[in-house]
Design a protein around this ligand. Structure first.
Ligand code: NAD
Length: 380
């Protein structure tokens, strides 16, 4: 099959869904690879680097759609891009079908198959295709780097001839993939790190990474843990306890990284305006939940703001794109692994097996029908 990567149309998006390395792997599966000219520029990949890896360069999006059977990209397609799709063509990208029902209908009407990378079931077998985790890992790392960029002091404590420097104290709220990556980065840089999550099972992971689990005095160990490893909204009593604990910690904490999310809901407000007011000037909050409204009252999505008392609050929503080279490598590998499963005989022929849990789970339109939401996966 002919597989091609588009140049991302979303303003500022620097990632690309195919790298020279992933293209070499796809060619080993019997596929031919294409990329829109300039598609890798934001990630530091030149057209010449693609050409050297046997990738064909096409001048624009229209030419890419015309030349290929499978189009790969990062962001959901624009309406213009959907306009280029044709009957039987496959599109692989993040899609967020629950948030984009009209886009889903447009793709169905085109007779295209859409594979949503955000719908890959989070089961062990599919970890190599789990682009949500790849991107969350980068966001967690970058959040700490970004915090360091705005924090005027060291993370690690030092005793120097010029004086003693205390270590920075960091709190990570939400210890999913992004939170754990933030903890790992913060502890490796020497910050004293605390972490909180409503799911009690993460306490061990938090502690194994060198951070201290913030435990609440509550009749249940924690609250808000739901099935499938995801969080559910906490009870009002639990939330009050949680906020009281954060209020107690706020004057001592230099850096807060918030990542708390509940699937399908706005981000819970956990770092309130009075907590920001209680923090020391020069402290930093990085809110990774900004895209869903933010965990902090003062977060402005896509902006960096400074509170009246000198606390910097970073609400950027494009952390993976800010590390486009790394993000493209991981995302392109996730896509390539998906295409490997779609090419079981390694003969360049795509076999879209809807009996396969992972393929079925991620397929949101197929053969003229909307196939979202999928049935629950059989394998856990
Ligand atoms: P997420 O981005 O949906 O949420 C981030 C974290 O916020 C979660 O840990 C959640 O418990 C926490 N949270 C929610 N409300 C909170 C609150 N009020 N206070 C504090 N914390 C709060 O999470 P994610 O990174 O997508 O991971 C969610 C789950 O999925 C985890 O159990 C993870 O291990 C699991 N997972 C499994 C796989 C796999 O098996 N392949 C891959 C990735 C993630």
């Amino acid at each position: 099959m002919k597989i091609g990567a588009l140049k991302e149309a979303f303003p500022g998006e620097a990632r690309v869904a195919m790298t020279p390395d992933s293209a070499l792997q796809l060619q080993k599966l019997g596929h031919m690879c294409f990329v829109e000219s300039g598609g890798g520029a934001g990630a530091g990949i030149s057209d010449a680097a693609y050409t050297a890896a046997g990738v064909n360069i096409v001048p624009d999006a229209a030419a890419l759609f015309a030349a290929t059977d499978v189009v790969v990209k990062v962001r959901p397609p624009t309406e213009g891009e959907v306009g280029h799709l044709r009957q039987g063509q496959t599109l692989i990208s993040f899609f967020w079908p629950a948030q984009n029902p009209e886009l889903l209908d447009l793709c169905r009407d085109k007779g295209a198959t859409v594979i949503a990378m955000d719908m890959v079931p989070r089961i062990s077998r599919a970890q190599k295709m789990d682009a949500l985790s790849s991107m969350a890992n980068i966001a967690g790392y970058r959040a700490v780097i970004e915090a360091g960029n705005h924090f005027g002091r060291f993370f690690t404590g030092q005793v120097t001839a010029a004086g003693k420097v205390p270590p920075a104290k960091m709190l990570v709220v939400g210890a999913g993939v992004a939170g754990l990556a933030a903890i790992g980065t913060a502890t490796s840089l020497g910050a004293i790190t605390y972490a909180f999550d409503v799911r009690p099972e993460v306490a061990e992971q938090i502690e194994s990474m060198g951070a201290q689990f913030v435990l609440l005095e509550f009749e249940q160990t924690q609250d808000g843990a739901a099935t499938g490893g995801y969080a559910a909204p906490s009870s009002p009593e639990f939330r009050d306890k949680q906020l009281a604990k954060f209020r107690e910690l706020a004057p001592e904490i230099d850096i807060v990284i918030t990542t708390a999310l509940i699937p399908g809901r706005p981000a819970p407000k956990l770092w309130t305006a009075d907590m920001v007011a209680a923090m020391k000037p020069g402290s930093v909050i990085v809110d990774l939940a900004a895209e869903r409204g933010g965990n902090c009252d003062l977060t402005v999505p896509d902006e960096k703001v400074v509170s009246d008392n000198g606390v910097t609050i970073v609400g950027y929503t494009d952390f993976p794109s800010r590390m486009a080279a790394q993000a493209s490598t991981l995302y392109a590998n996730n896509v390539r692994h998906f295409l490997t499963d779609l090419t079981p005989a390694k003969d360049g022929v795509i076999h879209h097996n809807m009996d396969d849990d992972v393929i079925r789970g991620a397929t949101v339109t197929h053969q003229g029908a909307v196939t979202y939401p999928p049935p629950p996966p059989k394998v856990q």
